[in-house]
Design a protein around this ligand. Structure first.
Ligand code: GDP
Ligand code: IMO
Ligand code: MG
Length: 429
């Protein structure tokens, strides 16, 4: 069982953290390979819900090594805050458990300030980013001006370099965006302390990955966001700034495709999106509100990073097929089947009509996708509470048929069905 790559097959928040937590039971390594603390991966253990933003979702198993691999952008301040929370909850986050790739890039306070300023400047065309500095940090990476995790190993040098970055960004903030300046002296002192704390976590993750592979061990590569937010395959410009799909796992972990035996695409039983951008099956009515929930349950559809209400809609099989096909997904995991209980009838989007024509494929072009009209087929709903189901045969016939239709349309079998956020609320096969 060498490498399992797990990706979000929609617009994020599919339940990836919950599924990685399940797959990590028999893994030696869990490695995050893209994004930063724009991600929010919630894991429920008993009565406790823990939201991870940067730390891999394997951290709750003491024998699993967790890697923050190359390809990620890491905010040192927020990483330390998250590590402290996990430690307070009783889990080890020492360097024995957690390694940060020296090649991972950093999200600096300048990036966060510029992300906010840029979003404000965009006005009505704002992307609706999480304002965590993600796009600005990846831009700096591509420009080859950014600081990397490796720089944290030399706190004095890092503090000096950050001082220069802040001084430079202040010119941009003032002249381009009329935004307030950052305090270079204070930030460089603050981040000196973060570098000191994190220095012993920085290392080369590649030997760890390849040693586990040489022993025939199991590595779970944990994607953040979802395929439809991928910088190359997603609904540009309403995307994030990384490769969220299987390609990101290869460059992040430093592996070829050969050791990958499973590509798991996680999807929610309906669709959600947070932030701007096209969403053909979006519902603006009581059904959409029902799918979102009121916020009373921890799993209701409110962003785990920003708290924003998520947009909700019927399951879009056209977009799902594009996501699974373009990533060679070998198995599906369907989450939140319990949330669909109680609907008289359900709808599945099986096609798009654009200017009167039926489209053969998913148009990633946001301008086209914005104008498509979804073509639906209806499916019978089910009244029963399915949260106690532990085998497919425990599910009502209509729920089994709904799953079978997803499998048939995508041509990919579902290996797990999740019927609740708790660890044991899962159906295998
Ligand atoms: P991620 O970003 O893909 O890890 O997903 P999030 O954690 O942002 O959002 C998924 C939410 O749904 C979390 O609150 C999970 O605890 C919850 N969740 C996951 N699977 C299920 C499920 O099968 N049923 C219910 N009710 N909640 C679930
Ligand atoms: P997880 O891993 C859902 C969205 C933002 C915005 C766009 C760009 O929890 O599934 P960014 O801050 O990345 O520049 O924002 O991407 N977005 C997510 N939506 N889940 C996420 O992560 C997301 N990470 C970013 O809302 O639309
Ligand atoms: Mg999330």
């Amino acid at each position: 069982m060498p490498v399992t790559v797990l990706i979000g097959a929609q617009w994020g928040d599919e339940g990836k953290g919950r599924v990685v937590d399940w797959l990590a039971r028999d893994a030696q390594v869990v490695a995050r390979y893209n994004g930063g603390d724009n991600a929010g991966h919630s894991i429920t253990i008993g009565s406790r819900v823990i939201r991870l933003h940067l730390v891999p979702s394997g951290i709750f198993y003491k024998d699993v090594a967790c890697l923050l691999a190359a390809g990620m952008v890491i905010n040192p301040k927020n990483l330390l805050r998250e590590m402290d929370e996990i430690q307070t909850a009783g889990y080890d986050v020492s360097p024995a458990r957690l390694t940060i790739s020296h090649n991972a890039h950093l999200v600096l306070p300048t990036h966060v300030a510029l992300d906010a300023a840029l979003e404000k400047f965009r006005g009505g065309d704002a992307i609706g980013t999480t304002q965590r500095g993600i796009g600005v940090a990846y831009s700096a990476k591509m420009l080859r001006t950014n600081l990397r995790a490796a720089d944290l190993r030399e706190p004095e040098h890092f503090a000096d370099a950050l001082h220069k970055q802040v001084t430079h960004a202040n010119q941009q903030l003032a002249h381009e965006y009329r935004a307030p300046a950052l305090n270079a002296d204070a930030l460089s002192a603050e981040y000196y302390a973060y570098a000191k704390r994190l220095a012993s976590y920085i290392g080369d993750t590649s030997p760890i990955v390849h040693a586990v592979l040489a022993r025939g061990g199991h590595i779970v590569a944990e994607g953040a966001q979802g395929v439809l937010l991928d910088i190359d395959m997603g609904t540009y410009p309403y995307v994030t700034s990384s490769n969220t799909g299987v390609a990101g796992a290869l460059s992040g972990l430093g592996i070829g495709p050969q050791p990958i035996t499973r590509i798991v695409g996680v999807l929610k039983a309906f669709n959600t999106r947070v932030g701007a951008g096209p969403f053909p099956t979006e519902l603006f009515d009581a059904t959409g509100a029902h799918l979102r929930g009121t916020g009373a349950n921890p799993w209701d559809e409110y962003g785990s990073t920003t708290g924003r209400p998520r947009r909700t809609g019927w399951l879009d099989l056209v977009a799902l097929k594009y996501a699974t096909r373009n990533n060679g997904v070998t198995e599906l995991v369907i989450t939140k089947m319990d949330v669909l209980s109680g609907f008289g009838a359900l709808k599945l989007c099986t096609g798009y009509r654009y200017k009167g024509e039926l489209l053969a494929d998913f148009p990633a072009d946001a301008a086209v996708l914005q104008q498509v009209e979804p073509v639906y087929e209806s499916a019978p709903g089910w009244a029963a509470d399915v949260s106690g189901a532990r085998k497919r045969s425990d599910l009502p016939a209509a729920a089994r048929a709904y799953i079978a239709r997803i499998e048939e349309f995508t041509g990919v079998p579902a290996s797990l069905i999740s019927v609740g956020p708790e660890r044991d609320q899962i159906i295998i096969g």
